[in-house]
Design a protein around this ligand. Structure first.
Ligand SMILES: Nc1ncnc2c1ncn2[C@@H]1O[C@H](COP(=O)(O)OP(=O)(O)OP(=O)(O)O)[C@@H](O)[C@H]1O
Length: 253
Protein backbone atom coordinates (compact mmCIF):
# COMPACT_ATOMS: atom_id res chain seq x y z
CA UNK A 1 0.00 0.00 0.00
CA UNK A 2 1.28 3.46 -0.89
CA UNK A 3 1.80 6.14 1.75
CA UNK A 4 -1.26 8.10 2.81
CA UNK A 5 -0.13 11.74 2.51
CA UNK A 6 -3.41 13.63 2.79
CA UNK A 7 -6.60 12.56 4.51
CA UNK A 8 -9.69 14.76 4.52
CA UNK A 9 -12.55 13.59 6.69
CA UNK A 10 -16.19 14.68 6.56
CA UNK A 11 -15.56 18.06 4.98
CA UNK A 12 -18.52 20.38 4.69
CA UNK A 13 -18.51 23.92 3.33
CA UNK A 14 -21.64 26.00 3.55
CA UNK A 15 -22.24 29.27 1.76
CA UNK A 16 -25.35 30.56 3.56
CA UNK A 17 -27.97 27.87 2.99
CA UNK A 18 -25.98 26.06 0.27
CA UNK A 19 -23.75 23.11 1.17
CA UNK A 20 -21.25 23.42 -1.72
CA UNK A 21 -19.32 20.49 -0.19
CA UNK A 22 -21.38 18.17 1.96
CA UNK A 23 -19.68 15.55 4.15
CA UNK A 24 -16.93 14.66 1.69
CA UNK A 25 -13.97 12.46 2.66
CA UNK A 26 -10.96 11.84 0.45
CA UNK A 27 -7.60 10.09 0.96
CA UNK A 28 -4.61 10.84 -1.28
CA UNK A 29 -1.75 8.35 -1.53
CA UNK A 30 1.75 8.66 -2.96
CA UNK A 31 1.98 7.26 -6.49
CA UNK A 32 -1.79 7.44 -6.92
CA UNK A 33 -3.93 9.85 -8.94
CA UNK A 34 -7.33 10.48 -7.42
CA UNK A 35 -9.63 12.18 -9.91
CA UNK A 36 -12.67 14.14 -8.78
CA UNK A 37 -15.33 14.54 -11.44
CA UNK A 38 -18.84 15.92 -11.57
CA UNK A 39 -20.99 18.44 -13.40
CA UNK A 40 -20.58 22.21 -13.11
CA UNK A 41 -21.40 23.39 -9.61
CA UNK A 42 -20.81 19.94 -8.05
CA UNK A 43 -18.35 21.37 -5.52
CA UNK A 44 -15.03 20.24 -7.01
CA UNK A 45 -13.33 23.66 -6.87
CA UNK A 46 -14.69 24.27 -3.39
CA UNK A 47 -13.25 20.94 -2.24
CA UNK A 48 -9.88 21.89 -3.75
CA UNK A 49 -10.05 25.26 -1.98
CA UNK A 50 -10.70 23.53 1.35
CA UNK A 51 -7.67 21.27 0.94
CA UNK A 52 -5.39 24.14 -0.11
CA UNK A 53 -6.55 26.49 2.64
CA UNK A 54 -8.03 29.02 0.24
CA UNK A 55 -11.31 28.42 2.11
CA UNK A 56 -11.82 27.20 5.69
CA UNK A 57 -14.20 24.25 6.04
CA UNK A 58 -17.41 24.74 8.00
CA UNK A 59 -16.90 21.24 9.43
CA UNK A 60 -14.25 18.57 8.96
CA UNK A 61 -10.63 17.58 9.45
CA UNK A 62 -7.66 17.52 7.08
CA UNK A 63 -4.35 15.80 7.85
CA UNK A 64 -1.42 16.59 5.54
CA UNK A 65 1.85 14.74 6.13
CA UNK A 66 0.78 14.20 9.74
CA UNK A 67 -0.23 17.83 10.46
CA UNK A 68 -3.77 19.09 11.00
CA UNK A 69 -4.35 21.75 8.35
CA UNK A 70 -8.10 22.48 8.25
CA UNK A 71 -8.54 26.25 8.37
CA UNK A 72 -4.79 27.02 8.19
CA UNK A 73 -3.49 29.64 5.74
CA UNK A 74 -2.54 28.58 2.20
CA UNK A 75 1.11 29.63 2.80
CA UNK A 76 1.32 27.41 5.87
CA UNK A 77 -0.27 24.49 4.03
CA UNK A 78 2.10 25.01 1.10
CA UNK A 79 5.08 24.82 3.43
CA UNK A 80 3.70 21.58 4.87
CA UNK A 81 3.94 20.03 1.39
CA UNK A 82 0.86 20.91 -0.63
CA UNK A 83 1.21 22.29 -4.15
CA UNK A 84 -1.70 23.59 -6.16
CA UNK A 85 -2.04 24.53 -9.79
CA UNK A 86 -4.87 26.90 -10.59
CA UNK A 87 -7.42 26.88 -13.40
CA UNK A 88 -6.59 30.52 -13.92
CA UNK A 89 -2.96 31.01 -14.80
CA UNK A 90 -0.53 32.41 -12.22
CA UNK A 91 2.22 33.00 -14.75
CA UNK A 92 4.00 36.38 -15.08
CA UNK A 93 3.81 36.62 -18.86
CA UNK A 94 6.62 39.19 -19.41
CA UNK A 95 9.12 37.03 -17.48
CA UNK A 96 11.01 34.04 -18.83
CA UNK A 97 10.00 30.47 -18.08
CA UNK A 98 13.04 30.19 -15.80
CA UNK A 99 12.20 33.33 -13.83
CA UNK A 100 8.62 32.17 -13.30
CA UNK A 101 9.82 28.87 -11.89
CA UNK A 102 12.43 30.59 -9.75
CA UNK A 103 9.83 32.96 -8.29
CA UNK A 104 7.65 30.01 -7.40
CA UNK A 105 10.59 28.17 -5.80
CA UNK A 106 11.54 31.21 -3.77
CA UNK A 107 7.97 31.77 -2.62
CA UNK A 108 8.43 28.72 -0.44
CA UNK A 109 11.44 30.30 1.29
CA UNK A 110 10.17 33.82 1.70
CA UNK A 111 7.56 35.52 3.80
CA UNK A 112 6.11 38.95 3.32
CA UNK A 113 4.35 40.66 0.46
CA UNK A 114 4.58 39.42 -3.12
CA UNK A 115 7.40 41.41 -4.69
CA UNK A 116 8.83 39.64 -7.73
CA UNK A 117 11.64 42.12 -8.35
CA UNK A 118 13.01 41.78 -4.83
CA UNK A 119 12.82 38.00 -5.06
CA UNK A 120 14.53 37.89 -8.44
CA UNK A 121 17.40 40.05 -7.27
CA UNK A 122 18.09 37.87 -4.24
CA UNK A 123 18.16 34.43 -5.87
CA UNK A 124 21.90 33.97 -5.41
CA UNK A 125 21.39 34.18 -1.65
CA UNK A 126 19.31 30.99 -1.74
CA UNK A 127 21.35 27.86 -2.23
CA UNK A 128 19.47 24.96 -3.73
CA UNK A 129 16.90 27.10 -5.49
CA UNK A 130 18.52 26.83 -8.92
CA UNK A 131 18.81 23.05 -8.66
CA UNK A 132 15.19 22.81 -7.63
CA UNK A 133 14.17 24.93 -10.62
CA UNK A 134 16.21 22.84 -13.04
CA UNK A 135 14.61 19.67 -11.71
CA UNK A 136 11.09 21.14 -11.96
CA UNK A 137 11.67 22.33 -15.54
CA UNK A 138 13.08 18.97 -16.56
CA UNK A 139 10.15 17.05 -15.04
CA UNK A 140 7.73 19.38 -16.82
CA UNK A 141 9.56 18.94 -20.12
CA UNK A 142 10.44 22.63 -20.40
CA UNK A 143 14.24 22.68 -20.11
CA UNK A 144 14.64 23.79 -23.73
CA UNK A 145 12.23 26.70 -23.14
CA UNK A 146 13.89 28.01 -19.95
CA UNK A 147 15.01 31.31 -21.44
CA UNK A 148 11.91 31.98 -23.50
CA UNK A 149 9.52 34.71 -22.43
CA UNK A 150 6.41 33.07 -20.98
CA UNK A 151 4.05 35.17 -23.11
CA UNK A 152 5.47 33.61 -26.28
CA UNK A 153 5.16 29.90 -25.41
CA UNK A 154 2.07 27.92 -26.43
CA UNK A 155 -1.01 27.46 -24.25
CA UNK A 156 -0.01 23.84 -23.60
CA UNK A 157 3.48 24.90 -22.54
CA UNK A 158 2.01 27.54 -20.23
CA UNK A 159 0.03 24.78 -18.51
CA UNK A 160 3.26 22.74 -18.26
CA UNK A 161 4.88 25.82 -16.76
CA UNK A 162 2.10 25.98 -14.14
CA UNK A 163 3.01 22.42 -13.18
CA UNK A 164 6.73 23.26 -13.12
CA UNK A 165 6.01 26.24 -10.84
CA UNK A 166 4.05 23.98 -8.51
CA UNK A 167 6.81 21.32 -8.53
CA UNK A 168 9.42 23.97 -7.71
CA UNK A 169 7.90 24.34 -4.24
CA UNK A 170 8.71 20.63 -3.70
CA UNK A 171 5.25 19.48 -2.70
CA UNK A 172 4.41 15.92 -1.75
CA UNK A 173 0.71 16.42 -2.51
CA UNK A 174 -0.45 18.05 -5.75
CA UNK A 175 -3.91 19.47 -6.39
CA UNK A 176 -4.41 19.96 -10.10
CA UNK A 177 -7.37 22.03 -11.25
CA UNK A 178 -8.22 21.22 -14.87
CA UNK A 179 -4.65 20.94 -16.18
CA UNK A 180 -5.96 19.96 -19.63
CA UNK A 181 -8.42 22.83 -20.01
CA UNK A 182 -8.40 24.37 -23.48
CA UNK A 183 -5.83 21.93 -24.89
CA UNK A 184 -5.78 20.28 -28.28
CA UNK A 185 -5.17 16.55 -28.57
CA UNK A 186 -1.37 16.68 -28.87
CA UNK A 187 -1.06 19.09 -25.93
CA UNK A 188 -3.41 16.94 -23.85
CA UNK A 189 -1.35 13.84 -24.60
CA UNK A 190 1.85 15.53 -23.51
CA UNK A 191 0.19 16.75 -20.29
CA UNK A 192 -1.04 13.21 -19.57
CA UNK A 193 2.54 11.94 -20.06
CA UNK A 194 3.83 14.68 -17.74
CA UNK A 195 1.36 13.75 -15.00
CA UNK A 196 2.30 10.07 -15.27
CA UNK A 197 5.98 11.08 -15.03
CA UNK A 198 5.53 12.98 -11.77
CA UNK A 199 3.05 10.58 -10.21
CA UNK A 200 5.62 8.30 -8.56
CA UNK A 201 6.82 10.88 -6.05
CA UNK A 202 3.51 12.60 -5.35
CA UNK A 203 -0.03 12.07 -4.18
CA UNK A 204 -2.30 13.80 -6.68
CA UNK A 205 -5.88 15.00 -6.77
CA UNK A 206 -7.00 15.81 -10.28
CA UNK A 207 -10.13 17.84 -11.07
CA UNK A 208 -10.70 17.46 -14.79
CA UNK A 209 -13.54 17.51 -17.30
CA UNK A 210 -11.63 15.60 -20.02
CA UNK A 211 -13.02 12.11 -19.40
CA UNK A 212 -10.53 10.37 -21.72
CA UNK A 213 -7.69 11.79 -19.65
CA UNK A 214 -9.45 11.02 -16.37
CA UNK A 215 -10.01 7.38 -17.29
CA UNK A 216 -6.41 7.10 -18.54
CA UNK A 217 -4.84 8.65 -15.47
CA UNK A 218 -6.97 7.93 -12.43
CA UNK A 219 -6.26 5.12 -10.00
CA UNK A 220 -9.23 6.24 -7.92
CA UNK A 221 -12.30 8.25 -8.90
CA UNK A 222 -14.75 10.25 -6.83
CA UNK A 223 -17.94 11.51 -8.43
CA UNK A 224 -19.59 14.57 -6.88
CA UNK A 225 -23.04 15.94 -7.58
CA UNK A 226 -24.57 18.86 -5.65
CA UNK A 227 -21.76 18.87 -3.08
CA UNK A 228 -22.06 15.17 -2.28
CA UNK A 229 -20.08 12.10 -3.22
CA UNK A 230 -22.36 9.80 -5.20
CA UNK A 231 -19.68 7.21 -5.97
CA UNK A 232 -16.05 6.48 -5.28
CA UNK A 233 -13.84 3.59 -6.40
CA UNK A 234 -11.62 2.47 -9.23
CA UNK A 235 -12.47 3.82 -12.69
CA UNK A 236 -13.94 0.41 -13.61
CA UNK A 237 -16.15 0.39 -10.52
CA UNK A 238 -17.34 3.93 -11.13
CA UNK A 239 -17.98 3.28 -14.80
CA UNK A 240 -20.19 0.34 -13.88
CA UNK A 241 -22.16 2.29 -11.24
CA UNK A 242 -25.74 2.72 -12.43
CA UNK A 243 -26.28 5.85 -10.34
CA UNK A 244 -23.23 7.53 -11.90
CA UNK A 245 -24.36 6.57 -15.38
CA UNK A 246 -27.70 8.21 -14.75
CA UNK A 247 -26.38 11.30 -12.98
CA UNK A 248 -23.28 12.13 -14.93
CA UNK A 249 -21.38 9.89 -17.29
CA UNK A 250 -24.26 8.98 -19.60
CA UNK A 251 -23.71 6.33 -22.21
CA UNK A 252 -20.28 7.54 -23.29
CA UNK A 253 -18.09 5.76 -20.71
N1 LIG B 1 -17.72 31.90 -2.63
C1 LIG B 1 -18.91 31.36 -2.89
N2 LIG B 1 -20.03 31.90 -2.38
C2 LIG B 1 -21.25 31.35 -2.61
N3 LIG B 1 -21.45 30.24 -3.35
C3 LIG B 1 -20.36 29.64 -3.88
C4 LIG B 1 -19.04 30.17 -3.69
N4 LIG B 1 -18.16 29.36 -4.34
C5 LIG B 1 -18.90 28.38 -4.92
N5 LIG B 1 -20.21 28.55 -4.63
C6 LIG B 1 -21.30 27.67 -5.06
O1 LIG B 1 -20.97 26.37 -4.62
C7 LIG B 1 -21.38 25.40 -5.57
C8 LIG B 1 -20.18 24.56 -5.96
O2 LIG B 1 -19.30 25.36 -6.77
P1 LIG B 1 -17.89 24.84 -7.28
O3 LIG B 1 -17.26 25.98 -8.02
O4 LIG B 1 -17.13 24.26 -6.15
O5 LIG B 1 -18.32 23.72 -8.31
P2 LIG B 1 -17.41 22.96 -9.37
O6 LIG B 1 -17.78 21.52 -9.28
O7 LIG B 1 -16.00 23.31 -9.18
O8 LIG B 1 -17.93 23.56 -10.75
P3 LIG B 1 -17.11 23.81 -12.14
O9 LIG B 1 -16.91 22.46 -12.75
O10 LIG B 1 -18.06 24.67 -12.92
O11 LIG B 1 -15.82 24.51 -11.79
C9 LIG B 1 -22.01 26.17 -6.73
O12 LIG B 1 -23.41 26.17 -6.54
C10 LIG B 1 -21.43 27.56 -6.57
O13 LIG B 1 -22.31 28.52 -7.10
Amino acid sequence: MSDLLLSAQHLTKRFGGLAAVNDVSVDLFRDRIHAVIGPNGAGKSTLTNLLSGDLPPTIGQITLNGAHTAGKKPETISRLGLGRSYQKTNIFLPFTVWDNVRLAAQSRERHGPWNPLRWLSSASAMPGVNERCERALELAGLTARAHTVAATISHGEQRQLEIAMTLATEPTVLLLDEPLAGMGQAEAESMVALLLRIKKDHAMMLVEHDMDAVFTLADQLTVMVNGQVIATGTPAEVRADAGVQAAYLGEEH
